[in-house]
Design a protein around this ligand. Structure first.
Ligand code: GTP
Ligand code: MG
Ligand code: ZN
Length: 299
């Protein structure tokens, strides 16, 4: 049988298969082969009855996040509050770059839209449109829990392993509670889910939200260390990558080069200025962190 590990706890692996949960133990020499099954893993298992069984084989991983350890994450819901705190497109773009780097599809959900004044809302609208034009799926209804929006989001998540991302207090748990009220997640306090602290359990689990499996966590904390090369960065901005073939020079970094199609697209209002500014700032970060980057690359 095949399934997905939903939870791992002291030697047991709970495997979800066709809506059924099986509590299994690993059989065979996973440790000797240096394989540690983690949540999100697609696995083969045998079962003695409709509740128990043995984990036999971990199928090849598409990707693997370290913190928290989750395999095969295909999607991330990036939750960003439009107000409270003031929105930072810089932080959002960092998260998007990190996700692009991992090959994870980002869905942009904007929370606290109900708290925005009419003025704040009007200045937010072009930002939402900009991300949509950049190629991202955007969820930004005036009512953050608008039923149609919730249905559209749930539909996109179904069948996938998903991680939540976003600043603390952005509204990740709140959103999940609206998608699946039975979860009853704690909100309004720092979440300790999946973090290995002194007082937290070593349990790592994915939540069942409709037909999706979701990690309620910031996901991975690679915001600061963009271990990305300067040549790679422009490829992680999809809207820039799209027009880059029209730049005069191949390998154009869209900085000082003449005949740059990206800069032209920014001037023409086709690419968001904030995205381009953040791009330049990330390039600067990369330039300043070059030694660290090269060291890391060795292992
Ligand atoms: N009015 C309003 N309040 C919201 C919205 N989203 C979240 N909140 C409130 O913001 C606070 C923080 O929300 P949480 O869902 O706990 O935030 P979180 O992203 O899970 O935070 P961490 O678990 O610490 O990472 C809570 O008091 C929520 O009720 C929203 O869309 N509108
Ligand atoms: Mg939370
Ligand atoms: Zn260019």
């Amino acid at each position: 049988m095949k399934g997905t590990i939903q939870q791992s706890l002291s030697g047991f692996y709970d495997i979800l298969s066709d809506g059924h949960l099986y509590r299994t133990r690993a059989r065979g020499n996973f440790r000797a082969r240096n394989i540690k099954p983690i949540v999100g893993d697609r696995v083969e298992f045998s079962s003695d009855d409709d509740q128990h069984g043995y984990l036999l084989k971990v199928l090849p991983r598409v990707n693997e996040l370290r913190r928290p350890p989750v395999a095969n994450v295909e999607m991330a819901v990036v939750v960003t509050a439009v107000v409270q705190p003031t929105m930072s497109t810089n932080l959002l773009d960092r998260q998007l770059v990190a996700l692009e780097k991992q090959g994870i599809t980002a869905l942009l959900y904007f929370s606290k839209t109900d708290l925005a004044s009419d003025d704040e809302w009007s200045s937010f609208l072009p930002i939402a449109a900009g991300y949509r034009d950049a190629g991202y799926e955007v969820f930004a209804a005036r009512d953050p829990f608008d039923q149609q929006q919730m249905q559209r989001l749930q539909k996109m998540l179904n069948g996938h392993v998903v991680t939540m991302m976003g600043q603390t207090g952005a509204g990740k748990s709140t959103l999940l509670n609206h998608l699946a009220p039975e979860l009853n997640l704690k909100t309004g306090e720092i979440s300790t889910a999946l973090k290995r602290g002194r007082h937290t359990t070593r349990k790592v689990s994915l939540l069942r939200v409709g037909e999706a499996l979701i990690a309620d966590t910031p996901g991975f904390s690679s915001y600061e260390d963009l271990s990305i090369s300067k040549e790679e960065l422009p490829k992680l901005f999809p809207e820039m990558a799209k027009v880059a073939p029209n730049c005069r020079f191949r390998g154009c970094l869209h900085m000082k080069e003449p005949g740059c199609a990206v800069k032209a697209a920014v001037s023409d209002g086709i690419i968001m200025e904030s995205r381009y500014d953040n791009y330049l700032q990330f390039q600067e970060l990369i330039a300043n962190r070059k030694p660290t980057y090269e060291k890391r690359r060795d292992h």
